[in-house]
Design a protein around this ligand. Structure first.
Ligand code: ZN
Length: 61
């Protein structure tokens, strides 16, 4: 996967960050492996979330 310009967690992006990095964000959330327990955001890597938990470790209905 290509490197993104995003330095913060998705949880902390503001409206301006999102507009600037919408393509990168799309690739980060396209095939999520982690879920943020605080914000309910998802990402491919846990570094993009403030309180990540592996989606696989959760019991899906
Ligand atoms: Zn979060």
């Amino acid at each position: 996967m290509k490197n993104t310009k995003i330095k913060k967690t998705l949880c902390r992006l503001d409206k301006h960050d999102i507009e600037e990095n919408i393509d990168d964000i799309a690739s980060i959330v396209a095939e999520p492996k982690y879920l943020c327990r605080k914000c309910a955001r998802v990402a491919t890597k846990k570094k993009y979330l403030c309180s990540p938990i592996k989606i696989k470790s959760l019991r899906l209905p």
